[in-house]
Every structure is written in structure tokens, then in C-alpha cells.
Design a protein around this ligand. Structure first.
Ligand SMILES: Cc1ncc(COP(=O)(O)O)c(C=O)c1O
Length: 386
């Protein structure tokens, strides 16, 4: 079995030992891969602050390692904040990046020293003004481009350009600092032009606020969206960074205090290998001619991003020989628990019950999405290789 060469050579031995000693399924995270991606991001975007989107994988070991590397953190909840402040991260490196927040949670973030908040609605802005007075606020702009992202994020967040302008004016009236604009082009975004479009829209808002309202925004938040390596190939990271940096030239007449990136998937995705065991193999002539492989990992204990067959994880196994198409399904009594039925996955005919499948690029959005007890199955465990 050939693992990608970006893993530490020790990973094979580590996997072997774990398979001997621990029940599957489990996720193995090679922390050196995360470090490599962090340094690559810093090199590709030298002037940007990297705010890791903790939701992608809140493992303590990842937070610890990124803290030491100098990362900042994009936080969605009080629990994420509590995880990060354990590592004594300066509060200037933290942002409450969820547009949907309870008043008590705004207050809690404020009490802990956080002064950077996102918003996309007047109701939320009023709460921030009341519970986090004098803080900096940035406005989440809703943008198009969802169709070229494998996991779109456009349905629930963001507001249009006119609303951003109204919110910025209101923020100033409320004693807050209208600081900048954020957008998210959609997770696993394959069209790099999405950032160009979003930045053009953002620039028009910067111009209007400066020229018509004397409000000078100072921050750009380019969100997440950079890819991990799944079955469907994307452009190299350097192509992304070059093209996005070129688009940033639009802002050459502005004095930007801060450019923020909020990577989740691209930082931690490739670092993960999820090991599962084949529980059952069956022929189901009434459901097409494919073999059905049921594994002990499924949609509800780690692979939720296979819903709609959206994210296509590369799968390896130790058997070789002739392969033919399979349906891959999880262990629960829920018929949504099918990972791939229409997408083409071919696996060796020699596979047997008890063999292992290795799901690559599973470092992001697996453990954090895993249910705690659905059908009695345990949440997905993980082990780290330093
Ligand atoms: C506000 C915010 N920032 C960043 C991210 C991370 O995005 P990605 O995993 O595509 O890098 C997300 C993902 O949901 C998000 O909601």
C-alpha cells in the first residue's frame, strides 16, 4: 500500500501498531503535515495572519502545535474559545467568527479579552455593541460561486453589499469600529476565480464607504476554501496563492492593517488517515450490480461530508488484484448511512470481511462531526503522530 510521500516515514509502523492494539475505526493525524501546510500558507501569503478555523478539527494537539507556530484562531463557540485559551494564546489572535451567537456568549468572549467579532445582521450588531462595547467588527459578505465548491457555505451566512454598508454605518454610530469585510467562497473551492470576484465586490464596498461615508475599512478576511487533496484534483497551492495575491492588488490604494485567512480543510485535511474495518460484504442484486462493502465507519461516525457524495476521499487497502465497482456504506441502521453509491469507487475483488480500508485526507471535519452515540457507536477516536 503506497501512502502519499508527504507523511512521515514512521506513519506505517504507527498504523500497524495501532491496528494491532486498538479497535477501529480511528483517525491518525500526522502533525508534521499540518506544520508543513501552515508554513506553506505563511510563505504563500506572507502578509496574512492565519486564523485556523478550529471547527475543522479541534484536537488539542493541533491547537497546541499551531499556537507554537504563531497561528491565530477563528472560533465558532464558547467551547472552542475555552479549548484555545488553555494554551495562553494572546486574545489579539482570536476572533469570534460565527455570525450566529448568543448574547451570553458574546459577553463571555468579551470578558476573556476578545475584541474581534463578525456580523451579518443588525440584531447581532446590536448585541455586539451591548455586550462587547468598542470592539472591532467585520462584516460577512455573501457571494456567489457555490457551484464550484464541493462543500458550499453560501446558504446560511453573509449579507449583500448594501447591507454591509448599512451595518458599517450603524456600527460606527454604536461606538464599534467597522474594521473590515470577510467572505467564504465555499469549502474545497475549485475555481480560484471565486476569490477574484469576491475581492472585486469587497473593493466596491470599501470604495463606497470611504468616498460616501468617510468610513475607512482596514481589514480583509479571505475566509477558508483552499483545498485538501481528494479524488477530484485541484490546482496546486502555489497557483491559488499567486492568483489570490494578484487579486489583492485591487487594494493597493488602501492602508490595510490586517489580511486574514481562515483555513480549516487545507491546513489539516491531508494530515489524516481514517482506518476502518470491513464488517460485511454482500451482493444486492436488486440495488444494482455492485458489491456492497459495509465498514465500521460511516456517515454518522466521521464521514458526514460524504452526504450527497460531496467529498470524495481517496481510499487505499492492502489487497491488490482485479478491482470492480463497490457501494460503500456505514454500520448503522439508517439508510442515509451510505457514503458512495453513484460515484465510481473500484476496490479489489479479493477484499474480505475484517480487512482494513484507509481513508485518506480525513483530517478535517471528521472527528468534530462524529455523533456521540448514534446506534450505540462510539465517537471517532484519534491518535497523533508528532
Ligand atoms: C467562518 C469560517 N471560516 C473558515 C472556515 C473554514 O473553511 P475551510 O475548511 O474551507 O478552509 C469555515 C468553515 O465552515 C467557516 O465557517
Amino acid at each position: 500500500m503506497n501512502l502519499p510521500s508527504y507523511f512521515k516515514p514512521e506513519i506505517k509502523g504507527f498504523l500497524k501498531t495501532l491496528i494491532k492494539e486498538q479497535p477501529t475505526p480511528f483517525l491518525v493525524l500526522d502533525l508534521s503535515v499540518i506544520e508543513k501546510h501552515y508554513l506553506e500558507l505563511k510563505q504563500g501569503f506572507p502578509t496574512a495572519d492565519i486564523f485556523y478555523a478550529v471547527k475543522a478539527n479541534p484536537a488539542d494537539e493541533i491547537i497546541d502545535s499551531l499556537t507554537q507556530l504563531g497561528a491565530s484562531f477563528d472560533l465558532a463557540s464558547v467551547n472552542e474559545l475555552n479549548k484555545v485559551i488553555k494554551y495562553n494564546v494572546e486574545t489579539s489572535r482570536l476572533a469570534f467568527g460565527n455570525t450566529i451567537k448568543k448574547r451570553a456568549d458574546i459577553q463571555y468572549f468579551y470578558d476573556q479579552g476578545v475584541r474581534l467579532f463578525v456580523t451579518d445582521s443588525e440584531a447581532d450588531l446590536l448585541n455586539i455593541a451591548q455586550y462587547a462595547p468598542n470592539s472591532k467588527v467585520y462584516f460577512r459578505l455573501s457571494i456567489d460561486g457555490a457551484e464550484t465548491a464541493d462543500w458550499p457555505l453560501s446558504k446560511k451566512f453573509g449579507c449583500d453589499a448594501q447591507s454591509v454598508i448599512e451595518l458599517a454605518i450603524k456600527a460606527q454610530e454604536l461606538g464599534l469600529t467597522p474594521y473590515g469585510i470577510s467572505f467564504h467562497v465555499g469549502s474545497q473551492q475549485r475555481n480560484i476565480g471565486s476569490w477574484d470576484n469576491a475581492l472585486q465586490e469587497t473593493k466596491a464596498i470599501f470604495d463606497k464607504l470611504a468616498n460616501q461615508h468617510q468610513i475607512f475599512l482596514k481589514m480583509l478576511n479571505l475566509g477558508g476554501g483552499l483545498p485538501a487533496q481528494y479524488v477530484q484534483k485541484t490546482a496546486e497551492f502555489t497557483i491559488y496563492s499567486e492568483q489570490i495575491n494578484a487579486a489583492l492588488a485591487l487594494f493597493k490604494d488602501y492602508v490595510l492593517e490586517q489580511i486574514i485567512l481562515e483555513p480549516g480543510r487545507s491546513l489539516v485535511g491531508n494530515a489524516g488517515i481514517l482506518v476502518s474495518e470491513i464488517v460485511l460484504i454482500s451482493e444486492r442484486p436488486h440495488s444494482g450490480n455492485k458489491r456492497w462493502l459495509y465498514t465500521d465507519v460511516g456517515v454518522f461516525n466521521g464521514l458526514i461530508e460524504t452526504l450527497g457524495e460531496s467529498i470524495e476521499y481517496p481510499i487505499l487497502c492492502e489487497k491488490t488484484g482485479h478491482s470492480d465497482p463497490v457501494v460503500l456504506a456505514g454500520p448503522t441502521c439508517d439508510s442515509m448511512d451510505i457514503m458512495y453509491q453513484n460515484k465510481k469507487y473500484d476496490l479489489p475483488l479479493s477484499l474480505e470481511i475484517g480487512d482494513h480500508l484507509y481513508w485518506l485526507s480525513t483530517g478535517a471535519y471528521t472527528t468534530s462531526y462524529s455523533s456521540i452515540e448514534f446506534n450505540g457507536f462510539s465517537p471517532l477516536k484519534y491518535y497523533t503522530l508528532d
